[in-house]
Design a protein around this ligand. Sequence first.
Ligand code: SAM
Ligand code: SF4
Ligand code: SF4
Length: 361
Amino acid sequence: MTDRVIPINDGRRTKPFPPKGESGGSERSAQDRLGRRLHDLRISVTDRCNFRCIYCMPRDVFGPDYAFLPKSELLSFEEIARLARVFKDHGVEKIRLTGGEPLLRRNLERLIEMLADIPGLDLTLTTNGSVLAKKARALKAAGLTRVTVSLDSLDEAVFRRMNDADFPVSEVLNGIDAAAAAGLAPIKVNMVVKRGANEDSVIPMARYFKGSGHIVRFIEYMDVGVTNGWRMDDVLPSAEIVRMIGEKMPLEPVEPNYTGEVAERWRYRDGSGEIGVISSVTQAFCRTCTRARLSTEGMLYTCLFATAGYDLRGLLRGGTSDEEISDAIARIWRARADRYSEIRTAETAKLRKIEMSYIGG
Ligand code: SAM
Ligand code: SF4
Ligand code: SF4
């Protein structure tokens, strides 16, 4: 290992809450400093994972000595549900459970039931699919609406190299089938593309899911955290991916479903479905970013590439009322000016950013 920084749960720096402004009070649908509203909340329910994807939790850092959070540090389901209600009052309409691997959090179905009780929330989850075949029906019964499943290759050797946990493709495909059978559709399949690692899997992946009703989203490899040793040279630009697929299976662009949609949509000209590309590196979409992230231990981050967060757990456990928490969230959001992907350079890539497995993808 050369000059890579080993964080061991570093990046958990806290920022002071912004001071009360003249207007004071909580304000539903407050805009941040760039005029963006708070619309989506991603909640990380565990920092642990049974995979060691090379671009997310490299095994040489996340090894047997890595200090994951102890249970007492995690937000309880009651704490998560309480915050979700407060966020809902701020205009959040969509909650995504993530991690780490969210399906490793014990009794997650119970949390889903609690969140599904909040009216008007779109409730989804991102998973590596490893235990989805077992859990899909229970997740649906608990009130989950959809799932996104990550799968980086259909080639056995490539996939095992990417997940670095010797996990087979077939079990993830079984998970996708079980989720579809349980009614958790349409399913999105996330493939992170790392040049030199799995770019040859792009076409087979598109071909396999074409006509299935599932939507593959090709994601540019990002400089999240500090452990993955990201280099710009490892990024395969989305435009290149669209070109590669379009050459074999002609594509045409599709209008976004809504403003701020992360994936750019393309459909097959023969009417057999669509794909998405997420170009966080080559075509930043900060201008329409309406997402906040709640970490496993209750820190609020206003950007995926943040270097510090706001300690909401401290408020929850310090006897603060919902109204005061709501006021703090409004102040945090109004103070937000994040636009990391628009200003990314080789230098910013070295900042001590929070790991994705902790902040939630
Ligand atoms: N463990 C679950 C999974 O893999 O789906 C949920 C958490 S994971 C951090 C969420 C998403 O982030 C996954 O689709 C994963 O592929 C993606 N991801 C992780 N590290 C990434 C990176 N460096 N660049 C781009 N996407 C990344
Ligand atoms: Fe685990 Fe998901 Fe990160 Fe892979 S991407 S190591 S499955 S959290
Ligand atoms: Fe949003 Fe930050 Fe990503 Fe920009 S870099 S889209 S502000 S999370």
